[in-house]
Design a protein around this ligand. Structure first.
Ligand code: ZN
Length: 123
């Protein structure tokens, strides 16, 4: 049984939580140019690493809020807990985040907002 430190309620038993799978999967914007295969990568392909894994968790039997957890899948050690919309702070978690193949996908690039020039054209 894991003891998960909810950032809003404190440490609680794993049974109070629901795992939402891999964290930091950027959704492509509605207007984009990625192919069906690239979209399928975004939709279906998930990591299953041996080592540090960044996951989303929901305190479903508590505050019902979502947050991110960096967890070692071998030892089940929870390395850090951090809020949705932010990135990990500890070095080992940062490495896991930045070295993920997902940082270089077309879906990740298509999730970034479009830049507009001064004339209003979309770049
Ligand atoms: Zn909570």
């Amino acid at each position: 049984m894991l003891i998960i430190p909810c950032p809003y309620c404190g440490p609680r038993d794993e049974i109070e939580f629901a795992c939402g799978g891999e964290a930091h999967i950027a959704r492509p914007l509605a207007k984009n140019t990625i192919t069906d295969a690239e979209f399928a990568d975004y939709l279906f392909i998930r990591d299953n690493p041996k080592g540090v894994f960044l996951e989303r968790w929901c305190h479903s039997a508590g505050c019902r809020r979502w947050f991110n957890v960096a967890r070692d899948t071998v030892t089940h050690e929870i390395i850090e807990v951090y809020q949705m919309g932010s990135t990990p702070k500890k070095a080992i978690s940062k490495t896991s985040y930045s070295s993920s193949w997902r940082r270089n996908t077309m879906a990740e690039k298509a999730a970034k907002p479009y830049k507009r020039s001064k004339s209003g054209r979309v770049k």
